[in-house]
Design a binder for this molecule. Structure first.
Ligand code: AMP
Length: 292
């Protein structure tokens, strides 16, 4: 694996590869790598000639400074895991490489309702920061394929929007969520959980499973629209209780239209749905989702 710290050197090296006909896959990360990240490297390796992984804890996407300060850094282990997975390139820039003019006055993007719904609502400015860093990384790497986790469902939608806005010739592949054996979605933030919190954390998976298993049959029952909505509320309320009993403080728990993320209010069986949740255990904020 070749390690680049300078953007210009990486861009030059990749231009050579591209002119030799190689297809480039890109996996952007913030490090503290786990099997979820490595699954993206594997998918990229299976679909492209050269996999570039970046590790950069992007300050502009943290709306909570404490979360940024406490973000785990495990760079030696990350390098070991990436070598083992067969990534060709690691891009490991310092902040001034990506933001040479600082981070005070950065550009903004028109993200529509993605910026006000769910994560957008609870983490103001977060998706602007995500776009700011991903745009810079895409300009430097110029990949043919971009691999991101459905774990960050709304983020995938935001990045597709960025790609459309900028007209980048890159194909985004949203990849499946990798979970621990007890159902907890893998996340770099899981390592900040105490032993007791870690035991309670899979309740987030059980709450989503409850919504998935109960929603389809309930939508199929013949009832008035009002009756359905009430049933939906009761179901969400059961799932909320399950989380709260396990010590979670909930930001949101919703069933939404999988294409728009607007809350589902009717019983249209055709429309694809997704249940999404964000909740705190102590200071650690976990997110997860499940297609219904
Ligand atoms: P992060 O380092 O948290 O910014 O994540 C980097 C990429 O890995 C993003 O595209 C995430 O969606 C993805 N990712 C994180 N956790 C998982 C997981 N459990 N399964 C699949 N992909 C994941």
């Amino acid at each position: 694996m070749i390690l680049f710290k300078r953007a210009a050197e990486l861009t030059g090296w990749l231009q050579n590869q591209r002119s030799g006909g190689k297809k480039i896959g890109f996996v952007p990360t913030m490090g503290a790598l786990h099997s979820g990240h490595i699954s993206l490297i594997d998918i990229s390796n299976n679909n492209t000639d050269i996999t570039v992984c970046s590790i950069f804890v992007n300050p502009t996407q943290f709306n909570d400074p404490k979360d940024f300060q406490k973000y785990p850094v495990t760079i030696e282990k990350d390098i070991y895991l990436l070598e083992k997975a067969g990534a060709a390139v690691l891009f490991l820039p310092e902040a001034d490489e990506l933001y040479p003019g600082g981070t005070d006055k950065l550009e903004t993007y028109t993200l529509g309702s993605l910026e006000t719904l769910l994560e957008g609502k609870y983490r103001p400015g977060h998706f602007q920061g995500v776009c700011q860093v991903v745009r810079r990384l895409l300009d430097i790497v110029g990949p043919d394929h971009l691999f991101m986790g459905q774990k960050d469902y709304q983020q995938c939608m935001v990045i597709q929007r960025l790609i459309d806005l900028q007209g980048y010739p890159v194909l985004l592949h949203p990849c499946p969520i990798i979970r621990e054996p007890d159902g907890l979605a893998m996340s770099s933030r899981n390592m900040r959980l105490t032993e007791d919190q870690r035991k309670k954390a899979p309740a987030i998976y059980r709450a989503l499973t409850l919504l998935k298993e109960q929603t389809v049959p309930h939508l199929q029952v013949e009832q008035g629209a009002q009756g359905k909505q009430e049933y939906g509320k009761a179901l969400i309320s059961r799932a909320r209780t399950l989380l709260e009993e396990n010590g979670f403080r909930i930001d949101y728990l919703e069933i939404a239209d999988a294409r728009t993320l607007e809350p589902v209010r009717d019983r249209n069986l055709q429309e694809k749905k997704v249940a999404l949740v964000a909740a705190f255990l102590g200071e650690v904020r976990l997110i997860d989702n499940m297609n219904m």
